[in-house]
Design a protein around this ligand. Structure first.
Ligand code: PLP
Length: 372
């Protein structure tokens, strides 16, 4: 699905040198690499504050902790997503309220959000799934109207750009009150271990989140609030500093691969290619097709036999997960999400896909999904 070895070989001297510097100086925690990376990323995103964390899930948790919500407050999240989004809501004693997604974009449906808002609703957590922004125009409008916080889960979408109706263009994670991302190795900007970050233009929220990520401490050994210990270590920041310089090229490579897939599947009646939202660019964390009348398990099996990996993100919608059973929800409540869980398939997507690999994959997929 990803080829991180080839990517490393292309930047090996830069990476090796950056890591070696951390080791030589033994500045493993809070080294200058971390503040350098924080500044570079803030500039790249055009956002005022970047706070690094231990991973993307921590970023989401710290963001929600900073909002001062209380037990039972409702937080709206999409039903079709990675579990972390709802997990942190539940962990904090808040109530996750799940909503269905849009069949074309596979992102949270703003119309469903609007129907889910109650007097207890305090925040919306849109996920920019697979690398394309959710319907932020409508979501921000609803948030303003109902005085809700918006915490964007941009773990899969760093670099995606969304254009609002007034022509303003913003990067994923910089539109809501807070944005979160992950530097998990396979993410679009991945480090060589775990890492994450929080973005915000709100200085007050930034100060609170910086403190929460550091044991709730502003002045050393004086703890103003209950916090956590979550930080990006210097070696990971050193890797990210190198890779951030290549991120525009990496996004370009992913888009080229996606264009190639799109073209090859355009006339395949049994494959629905990813919808391109005219308001958002797509950074293709995943290239996810929807199968029409094809047995997905058999297809995956045959692809595997041909040496082609393919993954199902995500096979079980949130409301059908064992840990998230809730009397409010039953099977059939979120038909789009349930349908997508049955028919999506993600194909190999990374920055080093060659023309031959793409040709081989597309030819094989087309052969296995049509009668030709
Ligand atoms: C990867 C991911 C996360 C969690 O990131 P970690 O760094 O693995 O904790 C959260 N949400 C989404 C949508 C993700 O893809």
């Amino acid at each position: 699905m990803v080829d991180l070895q080839t990517q490393y070989q292309q930047i090996k001297p830069e990476i090796d040198n950056a890591i070696q510097q951390v080791i030589d100086n033994a500045t493993f925690i809070k080294g200058p690499q971390v503040s350098d990376f924080t500044a570079h990323l803030a500039k790249w995103l055009s956002v005022k504050n970047v706070i690094t964390t231990g991973n993307g899930t921590d970023a989401l948790q710290i963001a929600l902790m900073a909002l001062g919500l209380k037990q039972g407050d409702e937080v709206i999240t999409p039903d079709f997503t990675f579990i972390a989004t709802a997990e942190v809501v539940a962990l904090l004693g808040l109530t996750p309220v799940v909503v269905d997604v849009d069949e074309r974009t596979m992102n949270m449906s703003a119309e469903a959000v609007s129907r889910a808002i109650t007097p207890k609703t305090k925040a919306i957590v849109p996920v920019h799934l697979f690398g394309q922004c959710a319907d932020m125009q409508a979501i921000m409008q609803l948030a303003e109207q109902h005085h809700l916080y918006v915490v964007e889960d941009a773990c899969q979408a760093i670099g995606a750009e969304y254009t609002f109706a007034d022509g303003r263009t913003e990067k994923a994670g910089c539109m809501g009150h807070i944005g979160c991302t992950s530097f998990f190795p396979s993410k679009n900007l991945g480090c060589y271990g775990d890492g994450g970050a929080i973005f915000t233009n709100d200085d007050e929220l930034a100060a609170r989140m910086r403190a929460i990520a550091n044991h709730g401490m502003v002045v050393r050994y004086h703890h103003d609030m209950i916090g956590v210990n979550s930080r990006l270590d210097s070696i990971q920041a050193a890797v990210l500093n190198v890779k951030l310089q290549h991120l525009d090229d990496y996004i370009q490579s992913r888009r080229q691969a996606a264009d190639c897939y799109d073209k090859a599947f355009a006339h395949n009646p049994n494959i629905k290619i990813p919808f391109r939202d005219p308001n958002s660019t797509h950074v293709f964390h995943q290239y996810t097709i929807q199968l029409n009348g094809i047995d997905r398990d058999i297809l995956r099996q045959k692809l595997a036999e041909a040496g082609i990996p393919a993954m199902v993100y995500y096979p079980v919608p949130l409301h059908l997960q064992k840990a998230y059973q809730d009397p409010r929800y039953k099977e059939g409540d979120f038909p789009v999400s349930e349908h997508l869980a049955q028919c999506v398939l993600s194909l190999p997507m990374h920055t080093c896909l060659t023309e031959e690999q793409l040709q081989y994959i597309t030819r094989t997929v087309n052969q296995l999904t049509t009668n030709r």
